[in-house]
Ligand binder design. Structure first.
Ligand SMILES: [Ca+2]
Ligand SMILES: [Ca+2]
Length: 132
């Protein structure tokens, strides 16, 4: 499984514990990805431990970024400050997340589906009659 990075934000000082009621963090995500998030979608958060991204054990929701209305941000409540990030599943790395990708293991960023059956042309053999 390939997880594709969608945004990160540093909350310092690294490793600082925040006592209850903890800290609410906002992680901006890349703009072109905004349409692929469901409203208030819950996704796990990851943090950088110095050598790689590890599951933070907390989930957060998505919300409109108040500073950039066309973008989405990841919101979460955490008890420790780190460099946090949002990832989604994108097995073929074509920037279309698996849940929405009509060919999840074949790169086809354009999502062309000539016969409108929900399967992308990139992973489907089309008959001569269906070819554009
Ligand atoms: Ca994909
Ligand atoms: Ca694909």
């Amino acid at each position: 499984m390939t997880y594709t990075f969608r945004g990160a934000a540093l909350f310092a000082p690294e490793g600082q514990s925040i006592l209850s009621p903890f800290a609410t963090i906002h992680i901006p995500t890349v703009g072109e990805f905004a349409a692929q998030f469901a409203p208030s979608e819950v996704l796990p958060r990851y943090f950088y431990d110095g050598s790689g991204w590890v599951a933070a054990g907390v989930s957060g929701t998505t919300a409109m970024n108040p500073s950039h209305p066309t973008q989405i941000e990841g919101v979460a409540t955490v008890g420790v400050l780190h460099l946090y990030a949002v990832f989604v599943n994108d097995a073929d790395g074509d920037t279309v997340r698996d849940e929405l990708d009509n060919c999840p293991v074949t790169a086809n960023a354009g999502q062309l589906d000539t016969n409108h059956d929900g399967l992308g042309d990139a992973c489907q053999c089309l008959s001569a009659l269906e070819l554009p």
